[in-house]
Structure formats: C-alpha cells, structure tokens
Design a protein around this ligand. Sequence first.
Ligand SMILES: [Zn+2]
Length: 76
Amino acid sequence: MALLFDFQCSEGHTTESLRSSDTKFIVCPSCGKTAKKIVSPIRVHIDPINGSSWKASRKWAKQREQRVQQERKENS
Ligand SMILES: [Zn+2]
C-alpha cells in the first residue's frame, strides 16, 4: 500500500512522494542525493479549495443549533 511521505535530502530539499511504508530513502529529484524519510506526526490536511473543513464546521453548527432548539422545547 502506497502512502504519502515526506523525504528530505542533505541539501535541505523536501519532497512528498507516494511510497510503500517500508521505503526509507529516495533519490532527491532536485539534486540527485539520497533523501531520507521524515517521520512526522499525522498532519491534518485542510483543503482551502474544496472547503471541506468549512462544510464540516457548518454541519456541526447546524446540528448544534437543532439540539439547542430541541432543549428549549423540552424546557418550556
Ligand atoms: Zn536535494
């Protein structure tokens, strides 16, 4: 299974590449040197073009609004 990993060479170039999880080195496309895999924490990808995070927050706000209205009905 291929995953997207970050690689960095000794020149400081960083490259994102789809590799299998056991790949530890690639050839840097910028300088041809060996680039090592950077083990980084899971990043949250927010895509500003399709606005998926915005939609998600709108959905959350709508659900919250409905819950508040429901609680008001129950309390009145
Ligand atoms: Zn490089």
